[in-house]
Design a protein around this ligand. Structure first.
Ligand SMILES: [Zn+2]
Length: 284
């Protein structure tokens, strides 16, 4: 069975942590440290089949069912960090896959890497230090002593495209290379609604107030475990005053004179593109 025969993951993939018994086929996403294993043949970037996985002869340190497609389980498999790559295969970072594979597969690879990372970092309880074990009922670890639960870690973040008329506010991070301007973003803090986070982040980073927040869409961003929640917002008041620890520059740019074209692989690009499309139709 080859990967393509599974069809569109968006409609066929069912998440489950329990693999069906006696499945004749399976697929494997092999994770080593921060890297994932792929065939050297670039024309076929996909998880390994059961035969491929057996042929590789690698030893699994842990194995986690991510879900099933038509009863065919897909596993994330952890192998040693310094394992030699099997002949005909190589390891690549998750970044390498971004834009090279379709988005459904990219998010599945991100899921595999995040589940393995969660397993690696939750073998002992953060409260009492005792060993944890996997639960049967759901995807969680539980401390054998104090019974505390540990679920896969997600860090919600906001990302916001602020506009003043037909201009967009874009900022350059202090660590950004070249002429790379992007929309503002930041992590949600405990106790905040995501709308509160938008107002706080924009004010902290550039000293302005915004209004008329409009939810746009979200994106899993597995570097390492963000969930990006995208908004449009309108300028309300204040002058740009950048937070110098975070930003090197921030400016209003006319929608048709942006400093760099948005890359359409991330929600920042989707947000900017959505605004540019509407502005060019005279809808903002
Ligand atoms: Zn404990």
């Amino acid at each position: 069975m080859d990967w393509q025969s599974l069809g569109h993951l968006a409609t066929t993939f069912e998440s489950t942590h329990i693999a069906p018994e006696g499945a004749a086929a399976a697929f494997y996403i092999v994770v080593s440290g921060d890297d994932l294993l792929i065939r050297d043949d670039d024309s076929d970037i996909s998880p390994l089949s059961l035969d491929d996985w057996r042929w590789c002869g690698l030893e699994a340190r842990s194995e986690h069912c991510l879900g099933v497609v038509n009863q065919v389980p897909i596993f994330a498999v952890e192998v040693d960090e310094d394992v030699d790559q099997p002949e005909g295969y190589g390891f690549e970072s998750l970044w390498w896959f971004l834009g090279k594979v379709d988005s459904d597969l990219f998010y599945l690879l991100g899921r595999a890497k995040q589940i393995i990372e969660w397993h690696r970092t939750h073998r002992f309880c953060g409260q009492c230090g005792s060993e944890t074990s996997l639960n049967q009922g759901d995807r969680s670890y539980q401390c054998g002593d104090c019974r505390l639960f540990f679920y896969p870690r997600l860090s919600p973040s906001i990302i916001v495209c602020v506009n003043k008329g037909t201009e967009i506010l874009l900022a350059k991070n202090v660590n950004a290379r070249g002429n790379f301007y992007s929309t503002l973003a930041g992590f949600v803090e405990p106790g905040e609604s995501i709308e509160t986070t938008v107002h706080r982040e924009v004010f902290e980073e550039v000293g302005i107030r915004v209004k008329n927040l409009k939810y746009f869409s979200s994106q899993s961003w597995p570097f390492p475990n963000s969930l990006m929640l995208g908004f449009h917002a309108e300028y309300d008041s204040g002058d740009i005053t950048i937070q110098e620890a975070e930003l090197a520059d921030a400016q209003w740019f006319p929608y048709d004179q942006l400093p760099n074209p948005p890359a359409m692989i991330s929600i920042s690009g989707w947000l900017i593109n959505d605004f540019v499309q509407r502005a060019s139709r005279g809808e903002v």
